[in-house]
Design a protein around this ligand. Structure first.
Ligand code: GLU
Length: 463
């Protein structure tokens, strides 16, 4: 165990998918581990039977790798599995009992509710504190919350004070002998030498209880940092049912890991100037918890898409063509694609769109009804195509610039601007009104295919 530098950790409870909020928490920890020369510990909190599935752990590891959290680097440690440490959790519980920081209680939830009602209090009011009960079946172990208050020194929020009068003597070990989250989480952090706990804001209410356990076990609590929740457009906390929260889904849709990472790092944090697109190394050197703000961060899928477009545009031609490859049907000719790629790259948002943008080059045209209706039923469409077909037939120098110059001449007598004059040619050749730059597309398609498509469309207009 590296004990000289700070030790951060990411402690997901497996759910079968990797939440974008978890991804952000992991990245914040990773950035800090990197910039401080510390360690990033991965602990899988799998104590819930239902969470104990090996393939879910594989999913977590592969998501971390995708985010650039290099599980084979010396900065990375783990994964550890919480379920394997139950004995340690219970040993800590026994110590808390022996030292008087915890006591057994045999009141059932119903009894507690009844008594609370009759006494007019909220929840459990320490009724078994002084009964001196020994461990036994049906008994839970409760923490004896002392009088006073706990101050959580939070690196994001500053000092947060919790009055103990609103914290009941919480359960550490259930009546079936299993440790609860707060105990297991703290004991693992202790035995893994964790010095910095950076996690989602929703855990803040656990923190005074956890800090009391640290103190009761005679240990210095870690430095805490609770980062703001992610919300959707309606400012509601991101939810699996309502929102697209699975990192895997973005990955499958062709978002770039670099874009995703950069975007996630801007949720609640900024570099302090106007720049949002920043290389990872710079993010690492600039990122500080004290610059993370408190307000909920809007996870804006549109903005993420804009980041992705930016990252796509930053790729070299060669990188771009290579990145598109898995998204193209194997039978499409890669040299042809490479020829059109530079004209697709400036406009592409996600890689899953790429095949739909260039498909007309590789397969028969399918006319989109509404595009046809809008463009090909106008009076000028037929005559303009006739003229263009004639001039293109005579052309030997089949290049985008020349093709454009000719169409500009053709359109003149029709009194059309280029946008309007292009439309019938575009629909004839691609089947729709939008697509990559037209003349470059025609150049890549070649003379023969272009002309034959224009003729087919011309015939269709007459028919
Ligand atoms: N396992 C907890 C969760 O996934 C995280 C606990 C922590 O970070 O302390 O919410």
């Amino acid at each position: 165990m590296n004990s000289s530098g700070p030790r951060f950790r990411f402690a997901p409870s497996p759910t079968g998918f990797f939440h974008v909020g978890g991804a952000r928490t992991a990245l914040f920890n990773w950035a800090l581990a990197r910039s401080t020369g510390g360690i990033f510990v991965l602990r899988i909190e799998d104590t819930d039977e239902a969470r104990n599935r090996p393939e879910w752990t594989d999913g977590i590891l592969s998501a971390l790798e995708w985010l650039g959290i290099d599980v084979s680097s010396p900065t990375f440690e783990g994964p550890y599995f919480q379920s394997t440490y139950a004995d340690e959790h219970l040993r800590a519980a026994a110590k808390l009992f022996e030292t008087g920081h915890a006591y057994y209680c045999e009141m059932s939830p119903d009894e507690i509710a009844e008594r609370a009602k009759s006494e007019g209090v909220m929840g459990y009011n320490g009724w078994s504190r002084d009964l001196g009960l020994e461990p036994g079946p049906g008994r839970v172990l409760r923490f004896r919350v002392p009088e006073g208050s706990t101050i959580v020194r939070d690196q994001v929020r500053g000092d947060v004070e919790f009055d103990h009068s609103v914290i009941e003597d919480f359960v550490l070990v259930r009546s079936n002998g299993t440790p609860v989250f707060n105990l297991a989480n703290v004991v693992d952090d202790m035995s893994m030498g964790i010095t910095n706990v950076i996690r989602a804001e929703e855990h803040l209410p656990n923190t005074p209880k956890q800090q009391m356990i640290w103190t009761a076990l005679d240990r210095e609590p870690p430095a805490w940092g609770h980062v703001p929740v992610l919300v959707n457009e309606q400012r509601k906390k991101l939810s699996k049912r309502r929102d697209k929260v699975a990192l895997e889904q973005y990955r499958e849709e062709g978002f770039l890991a670099d874009a995703m990472v950069n975007y996630l790092m801007t949720l609640g944090w900024s570099a302090g100037d106007d720049r949002e697109i920043l290389p990872w190394d710079e993010i690492v050197s600039l990122f500080a918890l004290s610059d993370v703000n408190l307000s909920p961060a809007f996870f804006d899928v549109k903005k993420l898409a804009a980041f992705n477009g930016e990252y796509i545009r930053m790729m070299t031609d060669v990188e771009f063509v290579a990145a598109c490859d898995p998204w193209l049907p194997p039978e499409w000719d890669r040299n042809t694609f490479a020829a059109i790629a530079p004209h697709v790259q400036p406009r592409l948002v996600t890689f899953s769109d790429v095949s739909g943008v260039v498909d007309f080059i590789f397969q028969e045209v399918e006319f989109d009804d509404s595009s046809w209706e809008k463009v090909m039923t106008t009076e000028v469409a037929g005559p303009l195509l006739d003229e263009a077909i004639q001039r293109y037939t005579d052309l030997d120098d089949w290049q985008a610039d020349t093709l454009k110059a000719i169409l500009e001449e053709v359109m003149e007598p029709f009194g059309l601007k280029l946008g309007k004059a292009q439309a019938p040619v575009r629909v004839a050749v691609t089947g729709r009104t939008v697509g990559p730059p037209l003349f470059e597309s025609l150049e890549v398609l070649g003379k023969e295919t272009t002309l034959s498509r224009m003729q087919v469309a011309r015939g269709r207009i007459s028919a």
